[in-house]
Design a protein around this ligand. Structure first.
Ligand SMILES: [Zn+2]
Length: 370
């Protein structure tokens, strides 16, 4: 794998400290889209930050960040939250890949993974939402994954997806000693889950035309220590998009017009990079939302592509944008990704930006698509 070329926004001297860790998350776009049909999103350059849309700033309710932080504290308290082979999972169905013969026992799911699913479900239900679970077992990997979904209905059934991943990186069983440690993923995992849960009342009050589909993906993290999104990462989002495409073709599911992904959005020293795979127009709207809310210092000061759960959407032609704090993040996949390095203030800022961005997407992609 190689690092993609960083855009001109990179501040002088930063390039050297991007490091090999970031390169692992920045593979070159594949020659062929994995799901076929739509063209691979071309590798983009940075937007012109002097150009902004005059968006109306939408402030999140005062305690949104604090409520999100409380959720993060609860999730971190569950400990590591990665999936494993769940003996109670549904049996293999026709068409499932047979498990390859192996002498290695499958890893069990962590107790925290199960507890977290129950917690997300419970909070969403408290807000009156109906939660759908999609549970499946990947026979090759011998891992049972679960995506959770809940819709905030609008007048239209067509959807804007607001998503995150709930799994945490598995940091046991690696050959290298420094890759085995207690990892709770306060930012990488819990922050975006906590923020989406905290945002539900504000999302319900937004009254978009579109239905907002909240999705909590499983299996985002690479099973290999190094990023391997071609085969061993993004399990939940690949599954979700494939099922959506099948259902759309059969007329069984309304269209998804855009996907907004949150990943690592709570770091105390928050910096949401301009993620270069993301759809250019959505990056422009995101930057405009950051400017409108006065949070531009925490956004787009650096630019780099990062493969993430928005990629399967992009690969089939669904516009997507990733709010991710990966570039220059010293706690990424480190033992220091703990509650101490997450803040309610950062979560509050991202909440403002998301609530400002979504109505703009609703207008441009759902109400009056160009
Ligand atoms: Zn991660």
């Amino acid at each position: 794998m190689r690092a993609t070329t960083s855009a001109g926004l990179l501040l002088a001297g930063l390039a050297a400290c991007l490091g090999a860790a970031l390169a692992t998350r920045n593979p070159a776009p594949p020659a062929r889209p994995p799901l076929g049909q739509a063209p691979q999103t071309p590798f983009q350059t940075s937007i012109d930050r002097s150009v902004t849309e005059p968006l109306a700033a939408h402030r999140a309710p005062e305690h949104t960040g604090a409520i999100a932080f409380d959720h993060v504290r609860t999730l971190v308290g569950f400990g590591p939250r990665y999936p494993g082979l769940d003996p109670s999972a549904p049996p293999a169905t026709a068409g499932d890949e047979p498990a390859p013969p192996t002498s290695t026992p499958p890893r069990p799911p962590t107790p925290g993974w199960s507890q977290q699913l129950g917690y997300i479900e419970q909070v969403l239900q408290q807000h009156g939402l109906t939660v759908r679970r999609d549970t499946w077992t990947d026979r090759r990997e011998r891992i049972t994954f679960t995506n959770l979904m809940a819709a905030i209905p609008g007048p239209r059934k067509e959807r804007i997806v607001l998503a995150c991943h709930h799994d945490t990186k598995c940091t046991i069983g690696h050959a290298e000693a420094d890759r085995n440690f207690h990892f709770v993923g306060a930012n990488d995992g819990a922050s975006a889950v906590g923020l989406i849960l905290a945002l539900v009342p504000a999302l319900q009050a937004l009254e978009l035309e579109a239905t907002i589909e909240l999705v909590f993906f499983d299996g985002e993290e690479s099973l290999d220590w190094a990023w391997n999104d071609a085969a061993r990462a993004l399990f939940g989002s690949k599954r979700f998009v494939k099922r959506h495409r099948d259902a759309l073709l059969l007329g069984e599911e309304p269209r998804i017009h855009a996907a907004v992904l949150l990943d690592m959005v709570g770091r105390t020293d928050l910096h949401i990079q301009e993620e270069l795979y993301s759809t250019t127009r959505l990056r422009q709207l995101l930057w405009s939302a950051a400017v409108a809310t006065g949070h531009q210092q925490q956004f787009f000061q650096r630019a780099e592509a990062a493969s993430d759960d928005h990629k399967p959407f992009l690969d089939v032609g669904i516009p997507g944008v990733d709010l991710i704090d990966l570039n220059g993040n010293p706690h990424w996949h480190k033992v220091t990704d703990t509650l101490e390095n997450v803040s309610a203030a950062s979560l509050q800022k991202v909440a403002d930006v998301v609530l400002t961005l979504l109505p703009a997407i609703d207008r441009e992609y759902v109400i009056a698509p160009k």
